[in-house]
Design a protein around this ligand. Structure first.
Ligand code: FE2
Ligand code: FE2
Length: 260
């Protein structure tokens, strides 16, 4: 049985700090073979840097997924070629820099991790269903365990993706909304699913960001500079733990929400 921990979007300094603080305890509790984090909001809420990437790997993270904010911090563009454990969404245009599949082998089981962007209420992007289907049939033939982070706004799009690819992949984990949904399940007795795993960051915030400027934006419709809430009395840590058979079949998925 292969054990996996998947942490939702890590937002800013507070998100990173609470992740590094709690990880040793969660490693003891779950004994994971593989740790995945969504890192798209790691650097001041926007993108990720090579330094932050390295700090995740040093802490024991296996793979870092991303989303619509991956290129917000331009520094990462110069490094994408060498950061193999960071994956960008698959359905960006074909020549976009960066790795779009992370592959590893544990005890003879081939594992592949991918990241896709949704189309509903999101910036224009290639169709995630068709793009993934093509890669699944070509580049994932030898992978037994396939885990997809679907980074999307609409719950219907994530659920449709999971039903469409169920039995053919091991897990569909939603990210992007930063709010954990209460709907873990194993679809068709094979594919672990949650609509959104949630985030790591300040609890008394809006999606990890300072709430005042976001409220102001809704009231005035004027542009506001939005920053992560880096100092807060409480942090929220959202993750799922999953177990997979070497064949690729998911055995369990449990969602966790910790306030610390
Ligand atoms: Fe995010
Ligand atoms: Fe996002």
């Amino acid at each position: 049985m292969l054990k996996v921990l998947f942490f939702g979007d890590i937002v800013g300094k507070l998100g990173r700090e609470c992740f590094f603080d709690i990880l040793p305890e969660l490693k003891k509790k779950h004994s994971p073979d593989l740790i995945i984090v969504n890192g798209e909001n790691s650097a001041n809420g926007r993108g990720i840097t090579a330094k932050i990437y390295r700090s995740y790997l040093s802490a024991g993270v296996t793979c870092i997924t991303s989303g619509n904010h991956i290129f917000d911090n331009k520094e990462i563009l110069n490094n994408m070629g060498s950061l193999n454990a960071l994956i960008r969404p698959l359905n960006y245009p074909k020549n976009t820099p960066g790795n779009y599949i992370f592959k590893t082998t544990i005890n003879g089981t081939n594992i592949a991790i991918l990241n896709l962007l949704g189309q509903v209420f999101m910036p224009p992007i290639d169709n995630p269903f068709n793009t993934f289907e093509e890669v699944l049939n070509k580049e994932l033939k030898d992978s037994q365990i396939i885990i997809v982070d679907i980074h999307a706004e609409a719950t219907s799009e994530k659920k449709a993706f999971a039903y469409y690819f169920s039995k053919r992949i091991s897990a569909v984990i939603g990210t992007h909304t930063h709010i954990q949904t209460n709907d873990t399940e194993i679809i068709d007795n094979h594919t672990a699913y949650i609509t959104d795993v949630g985030m790591l960051g300040a609890k008394n915030s809006i999606l990890g960001m300072e709430k005042e400027s976001i409220i102001q934006r809704f009231i005035s419709n004027m542009p506001e500079r939005i920053s992560p809430l880096d100092i807060d009395s409480e942090a929220i840590i959202n993750y799922v733990d999953m177990e997979f058979e070497p064949s690729g079949k998911a055995k369990s998925i449990n969602a966790h929400k910790i306030i610390s």
